[in-house]
Design a binder for this molecule. Sequence first.
Ligand SMILES: [Zn+2]
Length: 420
Amino acid sequence: MVSIEFWGGVGVIGSSKILISDGGHRVLLDIGLDIPGGKDYFRPPVRIRPERELADRLRMGGAPRLPGLFDPAALDAGDPLGEAAGETAVFVSHPHIDHVGLAGFVRPDVPVHAHTHAVDVLRALEATGEGLRGGDPDWHRLTDGQRTAVGPMEVECVAVDHDVPGASGYLVHTSDGVLAFTGDIRFHGRNAQRAWDFVTRAAGCEVLVTEGTTLGWEQRDNRFRTEADVERDFAALLESTTGLVLLSMYPRDIERVHAFLEIAAAAGRTVLWPSHTAAFLRLMGVESVMDAQDVDLSDVRAKPAEFVVVPDPADLPSLLDLPAGPDSVFVHANGEPLGPFEPRWEPFTDWLSALGIPLRQIGCSGHASQGDLHAMVERMRPGAVFPIHTTSPTRLHPPLGISRVIAEYGSSYDFAGRTR
Ligand SMILES: [Zn+2]
């Protein structure tokens, strides 16, 4: 019998880890780190001990105690988790830390897979000093539709839409039927059709494991903001601001980077990036990226209306070198710090207040709206659905005949959704 276990993503947004075992062979879907904030014991200002990071996390319950997954070199000497435990393979849905953050600690004989565009992002991050803790594993690159055999199972990579390149869901074909996993998914982005194609390809599956991020949100707006709204608001702010524009966006969202560069150019503004971000974007094939280091600050002070500056989120005092004040604006478009749940948010907003810089938040979500999640389940009609990666899984209400299972950490389920 095939079993499903959840070693993360239970009652929280992020840290997804789904283990599927079939005849002694194991597939692990995602291997995330807890996202900053919440109950992460290793959040700033706690200093991580690099040599002992995994062992320390395991001691504090900040990593799953799964045997035969982690590199014995990263474990305490003699930890039984270091013993091999049957064929195991890891599949990563997308290059965000809450889905890939522990991949650097996987034992060398366990292959780690991800979509080739996701691997491009992770390799570029590694090359520019922002790689995974524990170092990159030896990535196995996948393309859309590719199937990988793991014992009696086949794991099919299916591209979806999220806010980062290479985002994928997976269809795991097992002895007891198909388990579909969304990864992180949205239906209101630039590539919405990909997400709906995933739904079509997963139709009639026995088990759906879906992210449910927005189930925990109050959605007063009838309409979810889209990338078109973000671009329109960015263009309008560039138009209406007489001084310098400051910007925070997630550099891994390469499609939005391209869009913003075009909008800024059309408004006669040059975007200046921190050095490591500029290097990352160049490796990702974004042309004409300007490193702030290569521009004379006196040019920015002389003509603030000709620039958009992306400050280093870790270097708030650098704002003091810029002509930033009440006639400028800080545009926050899903960049760092990500939001009030992060310890870095309060100092960030304190600095803006002290300098009199108005803050405008214009982002849109990388996650499916509550309505789209329900439409997905209705169209896919799985036998059972497990909402994870959410604080409110009970807000998913599938149609009659589909059982909804609220997973418990470390418990084992069969393909009918029953506890084993
Ligand atoms: Zn996530």
